[in-house]
Structure formats: structure tokens, C-alpha cells
Design a protein around this ligand. Structure first.
Ligand code: NAD
Length: 474
């Protein structure tokens, strides 16, 4: 059932649906020969193949599941450079140096079958074991901002838990998703004989997404994307684990280590040109240290724009949607600082990673999930007011918030007020997702539906097995 044409024979790189136009390369000929194992034009065929693959996986040992996860990790590690280049060429967004890092991160941060646990209850009436079982076939949607990292990370978590998956990738990252799935499936098939564990829709559309959402043989949804796709999945009637949008605010209070705050904010907000959902997107600073903080940002290499220039850029790069919310214009998402600065006739050094400027607390740059390396900085008359502004800017997504402070009371107050899934103190946002902080990381942070950073356990259902009045050996 698998289609077997090679990507090397694909006629053209088509422009991506982000509208990045000339930012996306137009040549697929650089793709080395790729299997299209697991790549389907038809949703029904993809789901049927994933269902057969999952049945086959269910008969295998945990050691084999572990090996399958390792195969995906090995490909992400060994081919990160090439895969990262391909993803950059297709999507045309973000920073080229960060694309391989993101793919390598999948193998560095992966959790496998070891992460699955079971619980046991033992007493006079025998023994009961609760185990975390697979759902079966999981329908997933991946974002254009990290097409292959999300697919690979989801695949490891879902397969470790005993599932197979069918992916409707973002059209702007569909080729790298299909190519990556081909590599993974080929390696898995070679070692285990299982085919099509990771199925990808070749020409993804809203219609194919909805067919996956409503397919009777898709048992669970795992969604990573913006508000539209999350809302659609939640309406499907199936259980959906949704890694939705964020607009992470930062508060810098008067006790903070100002230089550390400036460096951390630049590190987090400029990573892959601010494409990450958890990246710092707006900063609120207590008035008493405001100018010192702005100077620290400049000292750390960011380029300051005037408030008028921030206004002018907002008119060009942001748009108010029909829902009344400010959003990024697709053509500027993930653009380099020099490209954005040039829009208002400013030239910046090649090494500049972030632009910033003073704005009001409800400026479009503050309210939009801009996904650009442009940081609005707002002066707050007090710490409490800064937290109030931050809460409004976060829009209740419950995704990520950051504070720079030496005061535990302040950290506690903001943590309680914003109630976000990730809350980072005195570090870059990335450190809250394992990169430079303690704990595991992942590529789907389920904030709205509450599962947190997805792990293999996220994609399991609880089953109970009870032996009555026996087997207890005490
Ligand atoms: P997007 O929402 O534009 O697209 C994601 C996917 O959903 C695409 O495949 C798109 O075609 C599809 N889609 C959109 N509306 C749909 C609908 N109504 N029905 C069915 N499918 C639909 O997002 P994007 O630009 O690819 O990614 C950026 C967004 O994803 C940001 O909002 C970011 O915060 C979020 N994101 C969240 C996480 C997380 O872990 N929480 C991770 C990455 C990205």
C-alpha cells in the first residue's frame, strides 16, 4: 500500500504555505534518494496501514519497541545536519544553524520505554496492577515551525507507548515530514519487519486533517499547532492532547541580575528567530531599572529601535484577525533581524540576534504571538503591575512565563497569578524545556489540555488487572 516514488524524482520544491515566497528554496534535487515508506495520499489507506503496524507492534517485546525508538534517535543524531538543512530549505523560516540543533535535540531529550511505569495495590484481597497501555492509532498534526523535530519526538513517545501514528503535517513542512518518516520507517522495517508505524499524508489539507480527526480507527489525537487546529481537534469528539499556542511574557523586577536577564532573554527570544512556542515574546520591566535594562540588552548585542520604529514595524509585520486578536503576518514569521529591520530602512550587524524597543503594555507587539526576533519592552510602575500586564499578554494560554528576580515572594506571586505550564526563573525559556535546566524536554507542550510536556505516558490509557484474594505472598 505504500507509495514508492522517490523524493529525488519529485519535480520541484513548491513554495510553502507560510507564504515565505523567495525565502523558501525551490530545488528538491539536493534530496538524497529517500524512501517514501509510510507516505500516503489517502487518509483511509494511511490509517489502515498504521492500524496493521500497531497490531504488529503490540506483539513485539518492550526491547523491540526500545530498539525502534533508538533507530529514530540515531537518525536524528547522525543526519541532523542534512535534515536540518532540508527543513530550512523547505520552510524558509527560522535560523539555519538552529535547524540541525533542533533535530539533534530530539535524540538528546528523548524518553523511551523506560519512562513507562505501572502501579500496584497489594492487600488482603489480593493484588491489582495498573498498566499504561497503548491507544492504538494516534492522529497527529505538526507545525511548520518545527516539522521534523515534532514528528520525530511524537513518534518516539507514541511508539514507546505501543502506538502507531498518522501525521497530517503543516503543508509548509510536508516534504521534510515525508522524507523523515521514510527514513524512520525504512530503518524500522529493516530491523523489525514492521512497516508503516509512522504514516504521513503526502498532500495535507484541512480536509485530510478533519478526516483523520473523525476516522473511526483513529483512537486519540495529538495536536501541535496554533489556536485554529486546537479548536478543530477539540470539536472532533475524540480525546485530543493539544500542544497549543503561547505568548510567553517575561517580568524583570528591580532585584534582578540585569545583565543575566538581558542575556537570557536574548538567548531564548532569538533562538530559531523566535519560532519556539515557549520563547520569550514580551518583557515587562519595573520602572526603576528600565533604562539600565535597555542598556544591558544593547550591551548584550540586541539592537534598540525607537517606539515610533516599533509602531511602524507592527503596521508592516502584524495583522488584526477577524477574531480581533493581533497575529503575525506569515511572511515575516521566523525572519532574520536584518530582514525585519530593513523593512523600516534600518540596517543591523549580521551578528544581531534580536531587535527591541519600548512599547505600551497592550501594543500589538505585546499581544501578538509574533514568532519574530522583535522584543517589545514595557515599563511597569510596580512589580504587581508588571505581573498584571504579563497575565493579560499571556491570554490564558497557560503555556510559559519567565521571571528574573532575586525575591522569592515575587517568584511565588507571579507563578500563582499566571498559572502557566512552564515557569522559568532566572534563565532562558529554553531551560524550562530541558535545554540548560533540569528535567526532560519535548516538542509538544500540552498546555490547554493539561498534560504538560508530552512523554510516552501521555499517549497511554490506564488498564487494571486484579487477582482476587490471592498472589499476595506476605
Ligand atoms: P498552525 O496552527 O498555523 O498550523 C498547524 C497545523 O494545523 C497545520 O497543519 C495547519 O494546516 C493545521 N490547521 C490549522 N487550522 C486547522 C483547522 N481548523 N483544522 C484542521 N487543521 C488545521 O500553526 P503553525 O504556524 O504551524 O505553528 C505555530 C503555532 O503552533 C504557534 O501558535 C505555536 O505556539 C504553536 N506550537 C505549539 C507548541 C506546543 O508545544 N505547545 C509547539 C509548536 C508550535
Amino acid at each position: 500500500m505504500t507509495e514508492s516514488s522517490s523524493l529525488t524524482t519529485a519535480p520541484q520544491w513548491q513554495g510553502n504555505s507560510q507564504g515565505t515566497g523567495s525565502r523558501a528554496a525551490s530545488n528538491v534535487a539536493h534530496y538524497p534518494g529517500g524512501s517514501q515508506r509510510g507516505v500516503f495520499s489517502d487518509v483511509d489507506q494511511a490509517v489502515a496501514s498504521a492500524k496493521a503496524a500497531q497490531k504488529s507492534l503490540a506483539r513485539r517485546s518492550l526491547a523491540q519497541r526500545k530498539r525502534i525508538c533508538e533507530l529514530i534517535m540515531e537518525i536524528c543524531k547522525d543526519q541532523a545536519k542534512e535534515l536540518g538543512r532540508m527543513e530550512y530549505e523547505e520552510t524558509g523560516i527560522g535560523h539555519p544553524d538552529h535547524k540541525p540543533e533542533k533535530i539533534r535535540n530530539v535524540s538528546d531529550s528523548a524518553l523511551g520505554v523506560e519512562y513507562l511505569s505501572s502501579e500496584c495495590f497489594s492487600g488482603d484481597h489480593g493484588i491489582t496492577v495498573e498498566e499504561h497501555a497503548p491507544w492504538g492509532v494516534i492522529g497527529i498534526v505538526t507545525p511548520v515551525t518545527h516539522s521534523l523535530p515534532t514528528l520525530a519526538n511524537n513518534a518516539i513517545n507514541m511508539i514507546a507507548a505501543g502506538n502507531s501514528l498518522v501525521c497530517n503535517p503543516h503543508p509548509g513542512g510536508k516534504k521534510i515530514a515525508a522524507y523523515g518518516a521514510g527514513l524512520f520507517n525504512e530503518a524500522i522495517h529493516r530491523e523489525t519487519g514492521i512497516d508503516n508505524l509512522i504514516c504521513v499524508i503526502k498532500e495535507p489539507t484541512l480536509d485530510s486533517a478533519n478526516r483523520i480527526f473523525t476516522h473511526p480507527d483513529v483512537n486519540l489525537l495529538g495536536i501541535t499547532g496554533g489556536p485554529g487546529v486546537v479548536a478543530a481537534a477539540l470539536k472532533s469528539g475524540k480525546r485530543a492532547i493539544c500542544a497549543g499556542p503561547g505568548n510567553p511574557p517575561v517580568v524583570v523586577d528591580s532585584s534582578a541580575d540585569i545583565d543575566n536577564a538581558a542575556n537570557c532573554i536574548i538567548e531564548g527570544a532569538s533562538y530559531d528567530n523566535n519560532l519556539l512556542c515557549l520563547s520569550e515574546k514580551e518583557t515587562f520591566v519595573e520602572a526603576s531599572i528600565f533604562e539600565k535594562f535597555m542598556t544591558a540588552l544593547e550591551r548584550a548585542g540586541a539592537v534598540r529601535l525607537s517606539s515610533q520604529q516599533m509602531d511602524r514595524l507592527a503596521e508592516i509585520c502584524l495583522v488584526k484577525g477577524n477574531d480581533g486578536h493581533w497575529a503575525a503576518k506569515k511572511e515575516y514569521v521566523g525572519a532574520e533581524t536584518r530582514v525585519i529591520a530593513r523593512l523600516i530602512g534600518v540596517s543591523v550587524p549580521a551578528e544581531c540576534r534580536m531587535l527591541f524597543g519600548e512599547t505600551g503594555p497592550e501594543h500589538p507587539w505585546v499581544m501578538a504571538e509574533q514568532m519574530m526576533p522583535v522584543m517589545p519592552v514595557t515599563k511597569a510602575p510596580s512589580f504587581q503591575k508588571a505581573v498584571e500586564f504579563a497575565k493579560k499578554a499571556e491570554h490564558g494560554f497557560k503555556h510559559t512565563a519567565v521571571i528574573h528576580s532575586r525575591l522569592v515572594d515575587h517568584m511565588t506571586h507571579m507563578g500563582k497569578e499566571l498559572d502557566t505550564t512552564l515557569y522559568i526563573k532566572n534563565g532562558p525559556s529554553l531551560a524550562g524545556n530541558g535545554a540548560g535546566g533540569e528535567g526532560y524536554g519535548g516538542w509538544s507542550i500540552a498546555c490547554g489540555t493539561g498534560e504538560g510536556i508530552a512523554t510516552p505516558m501521555t499517549y497511554t490509557r490506564l488498564r487494571r488487572c486484579s487477582m482476587i484474594d490471592n498472589l499476595r505472598i506476605l
